[in-house]
Ligand binder design. Structure first.
Ligand code: F6P
Length: 561
């Protein structure tokens, strides 16, 4: 029996009617009408507290949304995801990032194969690599210990490790040979050129992170790095015995789902970390792509990160939907996007260590759910992923919060902060200062969500004031408190958002695990590059692009000033 599209089903229609009733109600009135909203709308799991009381909803809304989730088959979808069903229909494969964080004594048989064994074999391989680096035994071609590692990757092969290494920089293990990790993603070579100008080739190693091992951005950076090493380590009066094979072996590690391509490129077999087709790029920081993370925080902390994500996986699988953090966060988003027509979402961490968290979520959410056709390839009749962006909250207060407070857009915000920080700083005077700075930061976080909720009503003096001093309020937000920012809670936080994305995709009936939208641009870029390089082939090009290309040619033919 064919299933009617979600927006034609009873649960959706009931929510639309309910939105007609309460959609115009101001957020401050929800607080006046209902005591104890924090207790009603906040939940805890895996070291995280999620407060959804500043959403523009009441208990009826939530029960209707839970009905919608049940009607859309969310419980069954969660079971299918974790069991490794082929939910990624357009690519006919499972999405098994959760398998990457199963403990060693778990078992997951998918289509006759036990995945846990191969996942842990890769983790063990990673562990022995990390041990070689941290003991100073991983030496460059001239015999000096490797000191700097540059990750060459883009998208999911960059943003996850970049975000986590930054967030957990305090967790460097003591007493090990220090490795500094750097990230170069842009195809224009700006980041790489900077590293090449200041790193020592004898003590620098590159990790080529690319699931496909074909991404032009990464492969172009990799070629530049390879030639930089060869030019500096081979020939001339360089040390004897240093040959190309040695340079390739000692200065490159590859992480990819294609061992053949890694081998072809020259990555030694023993320096390859494989990952699987059933792990999506933006869901991959938990395996070999996490090597830069393990190099910074050590393997024990990396395993803690996995354990935290697994805590959240278990919660996702076992908790009732009404207590299930990813489900609730997803439903708040659905309510805003589909019933209150709020299609902008800002991610605002109040902790400098989470500087790259918004950039990470931009890919996770928008590459996953920025879709407009359902699983049957038919256009959907409702909005899907909102435009999502963010920045460290305290800095954003001095930048784009103006729009949040007085602009014409409704925006949903996620405020994220640890409850405690700096209580472990050894020097008491500095500790007091820093703890006080943390309390200042939390005060700003809580004050901003309150101001966005209440608007003018937050001020004691509600007397008349000119328009430019008025605040409408009524901007909904969620607040996420981490008990503290540790490898374990960070793992849980990331998994929370991964699962939120999945629940929304299930309700929207879209595939969160493919990304065909990025392909057209890649094809056209290839064509355009051929034209630019060969100064020919403009026929058939549209007038704007032709004008731009000709402007480049004109500039190239001029003498440099
Ligand atoms: O172009 C998009 C994309 O395929 C992302 O999905 C992916 O994370 C990124 O490029 C990098 O891909 P790869 O790891 O294959 O180099």
């Amino acid at each position: 029996m064919s299933h009617p599209p979600v927006e034609q089903r009873g649960a959706w229609r009931a929510l639309a009617d309910h939105a007609d009733e309460i959609g115009q109600r101001h957020l401050r009135d929800f607080f006046t009408d209902q005591q104890g909203r924090f207790a009603t709308f906040s939940r805890q799991a895996a070291g995280l507290t999620l407060d959804l009381s500043k959403q523009r909803w009441n208990e009826t809304t939530l029960s209707l949304l839970l009905e919608l989730a049940r009607d859309a088959g969310v419980p069954n979808a969660i079971r299918g995801l974790l069991a490794g069903e082929r939910l990624n229909l357009s690519e006919n494969r499972p999405a098994l990032h959760t398998a990457l964080r199963l403990p060693a004594d778990a078992r997951l048989d998918v289509e006759g194969e036990d995945l846990v064994t191969s996942v842990h074999a890769t983790l063990d391989r990673m562990a022995s690599m990390v041990e070689r680096f941290h003991s100073g035994q991983w030496r460059g071609a001239t015999g000096k210990p490797i000191r700097d590692v540059v990750n060459l990757g883009v998208g999911g092969s960059d943003l996850g490790p970049l975000m986590v290494t930054h967030a957990l920089a305090d967790y460097r293990p003591e007493g090990v040979h220090r490795i500094d990790v750097h990230f170069a993603s842009t195809m224009d070579g700006s980041q790489l050129a900077d590293y090449l100008s200041r790193l020592n080739p004898e003590t620098t190693l590159f990790v080529l992170s690319s699931k496909s091992f074909t991404t032009i951005d990464t492969m172009t950076n990799a070629r530049t790095a390879r030639d930089w090493l060869k030019a500096r380590l081979l020939g001339g009066d360089r040390e004897e015995g240093v040959d190309e094979a040695l340079v390739m072996r000692q200065h490159f590690v590859g992480v990819s789902a294609s061992p053949e391509k890694m081998r072809e490129w020259g990555i030694a077999d023993e320096h390859q970390l494989e990952f699987w087709e059933w792990v999506g790029g933006r869901y991959s920081l938990w395996g070999g792509i996490g090597l830069p993370i393990a190099l910074v925080v050590g393997m024990q902390n990396f395993r803690e990160l996995l354990a935290g994500a697994h805590d959240m996986d278990r919660h996702f699988s076992e908790a009732e939907m009404s207590d299930n953090l990813p489900v609730l966060l997803a439903l708040a988003g659905i309510w805003n996007v589909n019933f209150l027509d709020i299609r902008a979402h800002s991610i605002l961490p109040y902790d400098g260590r989470l500087e790259y968290f918004a950039a990470y979520l931009e890919q996770l959410e928008m590459e996953s759910n920025g879709k407009s056709v359902n699983h049957d390839g038919e256009p959907v009749g409702y909005s899907t992923c909102p435009v999502l962006w963010g920045q460290l909250g305290p800095n954003a207060q001095h930048a784009f919060y103006q729009l949040l407070h007085q602009g014409t857009q409704s925006v949903e915000c996620d405020f994220i902060a640890p409850r405690v920080r700096y209580d472990d700083v050894a020097d008491p005077a500095t500790r007091d200062h820093l703890m006080s700075q943390h309390r200042l930061t939390l005060s700003n976080c809580f004050a901003q969500s309150r101001a966005l909720m209440l608007g003018d009503a937050a001020l004691e003096d509600e007397g008349p004031r000119p328009g430019h001093k008025r605040y409408a309020g009524n901007q909904p937000s969620s607040t996420l408190l981490l008990d503290r920012l540790t490898p374990r809670t960070l793992g849980a936080l990331v998994a929370l958002y991964e699962h939120k994305v999945f629940v929304q995709a299930t309700i929207w009936d879209i595939n969160p695990f493919d990304q065909w939208g990025v392909e057209l641009g890649k094809t056209l870029a290839g064509e355009t590059q051929r034209i630019l390089e060969h100064q020919a082939g403009l026929d058939g090009m549209d007038d704007s692009t032709r004008g731009l290309i000709e402007a480049v040619w004109a500039a190239e033919s001029r003498e440099p000033e």
